[in-house]
Design a protein around this ligand. Structure first.
Ligand SMILES: [Zn+2]
Ligand SMILES: [Zn+2]
Length: 372
């Protein structure tokens, strides 16, 4: 047998709304699950009282209950769950128990102030632009706050109306067994207030935002690399109701360079040098992206030898320093020889037979050395 709702609240059948409210508040505070952790009996009492209050505080449901009892409420749209507006006065004690913790009724128009969303777009720059820094002008289409209504979506003189779907809470509940699960109201997106069709701003049709084409100039610092995100404050989507605009994020992609490779802030360069330069040693000049660098190649340099030139690399983002330049010597073997060159190489080859270990001969040489 379900318990009598009047008994549950400890009031008589003639009790008026304020008596019922007072009685319920007392019981709800006493048996609140937060105050009685793990106490099933208290939780049961708490739920029963809530159900009793939900019925007795609603004039129509109370009338049916008085006339037909529990049976009358069944299938009569009677106690189908908890209408949160009934419990609005008890938010202080119920808190999140029924899923509307913090679900304060939003009435001031200020509560709809919403910052604009961030936007993201890719941007391609050349290797040189990444090195020196660059100012880029971008054309983009973005939603901006409507000028005529300041992002409110309202025509002049009109006001926001309480959302009928959620009663102004911004949250609606779905009943799941005894418990109510609340979620953001789909009608007002949690704002609790809506622009009625007749009150819409003609310019933005009540949205508060208008798509606009913009050309913006963005400074990009020297040193940026592929994958870095540059944040441009206030250049994202417009805010609503005077809210600030979001930010624009530019995702950098740096094009490759035919001569230089980059790793972090170091530059890599492959320097082709002649056979004789490598043997005799030489001084070369390497034109980097901002200056000419002198590099001494010592006599006897092997192909693949790497030289480091400090601070001749990429500028370090936000600092005054540079990475390093690594120069890899690549010995260039001539493919076409003039008659004269051929003579010299042949002569050289004769000499090498006696002096320079080459390839397999060098192994033979080493073995020979062992016996000497
Ligand atoms: Zn709503
Ligand atoms: Zn507007």
């Amino acid at each position: 047998m379900p318990k009598d709702y009047y008994d549950l609240l400890g009031v008589n059948r003639e009790a008026d709304t304020s008596e019922i409210k007072k009685a319920y508040r007392k019981i709800a505070m006493k048996f609140h699950p937060d105050k009685n952790p793990g106490d099933k009996e208290a939780e049961e009492k708490f739920k029963e009282a809530a159900e009793a209050y939900a019925v007795l505080s609603d004039a129509e449901k109370r009338r049916i209950y008085d006339q037909y009892g529990h049976q009358g409420l069944k299938g009569n749209g009677g106690f189908g769950g908890f209408d949160q507006t009934i419990f609005a006065d008890f938010e202080d004690i119920l808190g999140s128990f029924f899923g509307f913790g913090g679900g304060r009724k939003r009435q001031s128009s200020g509560s709809r102030v919403r910052p604009g969303r961030d936007m993201q777009m890719g941007i391609k720059i050349t290797f040189e632009e990444a090195f020196h820094g660059v100012e880029k002008t971008l054309d983009l289409t973005r939603p901006e706050a409507c000028d005529s209504c300041d992002g409110s979506g309202l025509k002049k003189g009109a006001r926001l109306q309480t959302c009928g779907t959620c009663g102004g809470y911004g949250q609606v509940q779905m009943q799941s067994g005894f418990f109510a699960i609340s979620r953001t109201c789909p009608h007002c997106q949690g704002a609790g207030q809506v622009v009625q069709p007749g009150d819409q701003c003609g310019e933005c049709r009540g949205k508060g935002l208008i798509e606009r084409q913009r050309s913006i100039t963005v400074p990009i610092q020297a040193g940026v690399d592929t994958g870095m995100r540059v944040r441009v404050r206030g250049q994202g989507e417009g805010g609503l109701f005077g809210g600030p605009a979001g930010d624009l994020y530019l995702v950098i992609q740096v094009e490759e360079h035919p001569d230089f490779e980059r790793k972090d802030y170091d530059l890599y360069y492959r320097l082709p040098i002649g056979f004789s330069q490598a043997a005799l040693g030489t001084t070369v000049e390497i034109q980097t992206l901002d200056k000419a660098v002198q590099l001494d190649i010592p006599a006897g340099t092997q192909s693949g030898t790497r030289f480091r030139v400090r601070h001749a690399g990429f500028p370090v983002l936000g600092q005054k320093t540079h990475g390093d330049l690594f120069v890899e010597a690549i010995i260039h073997t001539p493919t076409k020889l003039s008659k004269r060159e051929k003579e010299i190489f042949l002569e050289l080859a004769k000499l090498e037979e006696q002096t320079t270990p080459i390839g397999e001969r060098s192994v033979f040489q080493k073995v020979k050395d062992l016996f000497q």
